[in-house]
Structures are given as structure tokens and as C-alpha cells.
Write a protein that binds this ligand. Sequence first.
Ligand code: A3P
Length: 319
Amino acid sequence: SFAKVADPKDESNELIQTLERRINWDGTSLIKYDGFWFPVRLFKPILSAQKYFKAKDTDIILSTLPKSGTTWLIPLTFCIVNRHIYPIAQSPLLTSSPHTIVPFLELNLYWEQTNPDLENIPSPRIFSTHMPYNVLPDSIRESECKIIYMCRNPLDHFISYRQFLLKNKIEKDAKPLDIDEAFDMFCQGIQLYGPYWEHVLGYWNAHLRNPEKVFFLKYEDLKKETTLYIKKIAEFIGFPFSLEEEEQGLIEEISKFCSFENLSNLEVNKTGKLMGMVEKRSFFRKGEVGDWKNYLTPEMAERVKELMENKLEGSGLMF
Ligand code: A3P
């Protein structure tokens, strides 16, 4: 798209003025770019990442819509990749937040600097992102690097997101919408990094085109069969478990260590903020499947069911 060639430093302000705007559920401003809604403050970092990020073939990219379990996928992948360097008892995850260990491209690295030097990070480098597939820096799609995408049932995603936005006031004066208005916007596709179905479909189609490149995972499946998916992720990124490791119970050990119960009780994940504005503990709320039932009516659920059937029709993807 035209914005990909723009210099993020000089031209993003001008470009922002030309884009469609809406108010997000938490009262902050969203702009529409390449078919997706982004917070205004993320526009520059996204353009910088598009312009400057150079993927290496050995990179691992963890991609999600916010509130799909990024905070779970990060430690799992980190533990799989680094199991020979850090035994669980010495894991950096005991003393650092998952989001510090695996930074987001647009929320950390290209937020802090226009062109950060990422060359010397030891391989395999692991990065996370919420960028839609078509918005990713070209080199991520074009290199041999691996992408793990995780999504989550739309109703739980909506509730998890709403609770997160209520807990973290990103802008002091912004006024959060009530749940009916927020839900209606979700159904219109207006939300951070939304529409939901476009985000999911982008990665789903990429996975169908090239399953060696894009691993497609659902939060609910990971929850139900954690060890099976840890094994699959390990194979996908080229770090398969040996028979001996399996027999030693290493997969179960990683599964337990990365569980909601364990990580949410670590002091490092209970106190303090990320980026000076987001409560670390708000990344660990309930970690359950089906919590939407405590907030949404059966009619609301039916509306989303019909919407998803319509939007995902013919894709082979279902929730
Ligand atoms: P809930 O709000 O439903 O509890 P993200 O990391 O993408 O922001 O997603 C956050 C959601 O993942 C939250 O969902 C959070 O509780 C859940 N989560 C975080 N760590 C988890 C873990 N180790 N296991 C399972 N779920 C986890």
C-alpha cells in the first residue's frame, strides 16, 4: 500500500489526517489503515516496523489479536526454544514479564525507536505482534521465518478485551462505552486491530496456503490439549522434543510452568506496569474458556454466531 513507502518520521502525521477515524470502546481514537482499525498512537510504530524490520529465516513471530492468550504463547515458545540454555528453575520468566522477554514489534521495539538495532539478538529471535497478516513487514511474509498465530473464540475475546480496557485507562480523559455499545461496535468490526474476522481469516488463509510457514492455533485447543500442542509447536519451529525428553516429562514440566496458575502467581507478573500504563496483572485475569456467559446474553451470542457463520463461510474455519 502507499503508506508502506512513506517515511514514518516525516509523513505519518500527514497521512493520519487522511484516514477514517472512530472512537474505540475505551473512548480512545482509532484510524482505519489497510482495512484494519489501529490506535492513532500505534500508526507511526507500525509504519516504522514495515519500513525497517528485516526478518531472518530463523525468526519466530508470535501473532495474535490482543486478548487471545499472547501472554501464554510467549512463555511456551520461549521455554521450548531455550530449554537447553535455561532449565525451568533458572528461567528468566521467573523474574521478568513475558512481554519483556519477548517484545512486541509495534508496541515495544518500533514504539521506542524508529529503527532499533535488532541484528545482534541471538537466533532464533522471537518477536510478538498484533499486526494483521497483510500489514506485517514484507520480510516476515517473504523470508523463511515461522509465524505462530493464536486466536480465541470471539465472545471470550470480546469479554477479555473489554475487561482489560476497563482496567487500564490508556488515556486519562477517555470515556469507556457501555457494554451494549461496545458489543455493537465489535459486531461492526470496529476495535483495536479489527475486524476480528478479517484478522483471523488473514492468518487462516496464509496457513492454508503454506502450513509450513504459518501455524494456526486456537486458545481453546491449547487449553484442552496443552501437551499435544506444545509438541506440535516445538516440531513446527524446528525444536522437536526427543523421546528421552518426553520420557523425562519435560513437556509436562513446561506446560505446568507456563500455566495460568503458576505464572499469574509470580511476583513479577503481579505488580508494576508495562510501558508505564498497563497493569501487569491485567494480563492474567481468569484464563478460562466460556467466561463470556457471565456477561453476554444468549441473544448476543446468537448474533455473533450468525455473524461468524456469514463472515467465515467457505473458509473452513469455525468457532
Ligand atoms: P481472560 O481475560 O479471559 O482471563 P493476551 O495475553 O493476548 O493479552 O490475552 C490475555 C488473556 O489470556 C486473558 O484472558 C488471560 O487471563 C489469558 N492468559 C494469560 N496467561 C495465560 C496462561 N498462562 N494460560 C491461560 N490463559 C492465560
